[in-house]
Design a protein. Structure first.
Lengths: 250, 250
């Protein structure tokens, strides 16, 4: 059943009104009719099954039928910081990372990032990223649309890192030396509601200098097993491990 | 450092000889010279750093410098069976699944598979899949190139399943009802060297009938957490969870 994020808060006294792109999607793409059902998610993250009551020329009105009570969100808030990679790899990270429960995406310009961030195209690119994330959140039945920011500098990333309860760097050189306990130790001790930032390099990885500066800021350096993961695969590994440890193993 | 799978067994008395596509890659793509280093992996899964000794017009000769002793492979053999999805999703599963340690890929025609398998294009498609898997195995520094088969029928899949020590089906309806212990219970009890088959539906999922038949054959039905994962994301979740449990948590 299709899921839509509603901009307005729920009110008992009036129907849920859907306009704009979601209206278009319900009426033109899904070709839904009155009495069909959808899921609606409100800004306070509450969600419900709703029945379409009326379809007019520019809006759909629906009424809540049954509130959802199960939790769709990871018990911790995970931010994924990716060194700007080439091509559309970032889009894959955003789409799959949203399905896997990330709360926030922070691209950053790493020493080995080859792509230059084009400020002229920034607005368009950010719009596209936000659309990918919103659609993935709807599709995966989440109650939160993760936030995506424009790329920050490495220095800005270190400043942002101070707001997190836990900070990790995925570093393949560390995996080569057999480091394998920092991720599981962190996930074993993290408490519900805490926040965690995980930093990933671009193709070619982070430089020793970048890793050293993270270490100074108190980041834990973690390996992700003996195989070398691509820059877009590593975040998916970490998010899957988090879900496995914090949702399935409990 | 680049990694190449060698067709011939290692012999102490002669150099490692590389021809064909790998020759082309070393000389034309990577533009390597004599005395440059590569990794070589032999059919018995032993691997070593090797130094290029001579480059001729159609072959590279290299000598083993140092054998690798660390384990790159998951301690269990994982087969991923995917209901034929649309587009290039299968290629994403093969590439990322190889990075994440899968041993075997078995596509199958599921009730809800929309794509028809074109026997005329079968050879070309399988060649392409095998290339994707080989390159991903090289890139991720594995010692095994996973096998990929042409799509089998669901009935054939059930027959194949008898060869595995453990069999699981990922089923989103089961996740909705809160099933969350079968994956972690299986990974908690699986022994090194054992084999496991995990079956995933195409877009739209497996039908109740398919899941019922799996259940009759002794498959465990498992949920993968509260969010709905796309058909190409679910196998990556399971492989990541396996690596996390069997490689990082030990």
């Amino acid at each position: 059943m299709q899921r839509y994020f509603i901009d307005n808060r729920y009110s008992e006294s009036s129907p849920v009104i859907i306009t704009g792109e979601d209206y278009h999607h319900i009426v033109r793409v899904m070709r839904m009719k009155e009495d069909d059902h959808i899921y609606v998610v409100f800004p306070d993250q509450s969600s419900a099954a709703a029945r379409i009551e009326t379809i007019s020329s520019d809006s759909v009105e629906a009424v809540v039928v049954e509130w959802e009570t199960d939790t769709k969100e990871l018990p911790v808030k995970v931010a994924i910081a990716s060194g700007l990679p080439k091509g559309d790899k970032l889009e894959l990270i955003f789409q799959k990372g949203t399905e896997l429960g990330a709360d926030q995406f922070i691209p950053f310009t790493a020493d080995r990032s080859i792509v230059k961030w084009d400020e002229k195209k920034a607005k368009k690119k950010l719009d596209r990223w936000e659309k990918i994330v919103k659609e993935a959140a709807e599709q995966s039945h989440r109650n939160v649309v993760p936030s995506v920011s424009s790329p920050v500098s490495f220095k800005e990333l270190l400043t942002l890192s101070k707001h997190f309860d836990h900070t990790l760097v995925a570093y393949e050189e560390e995996a080569r030396t057999g480091e394998k306990s920092n991720l599981s130790r962190t996930l074993g001790s993290i408490k519900d509601g805490e926040s965690i930032l995980v930093v990933f390099g671009p193709e070619g990885g982070l430089t020793e200098n970048e890793v050293g500066r993270c270490r100074q800021e108190g980041f834990l350096i973690c390996g992700l097993g003996p195989r070398i993961l691509r820059t877009e695969t590593a975040p998916l590994y970490v998010l899957s491990a988090m879900s496995y440890q914090l949702e399935l193993m409990r």
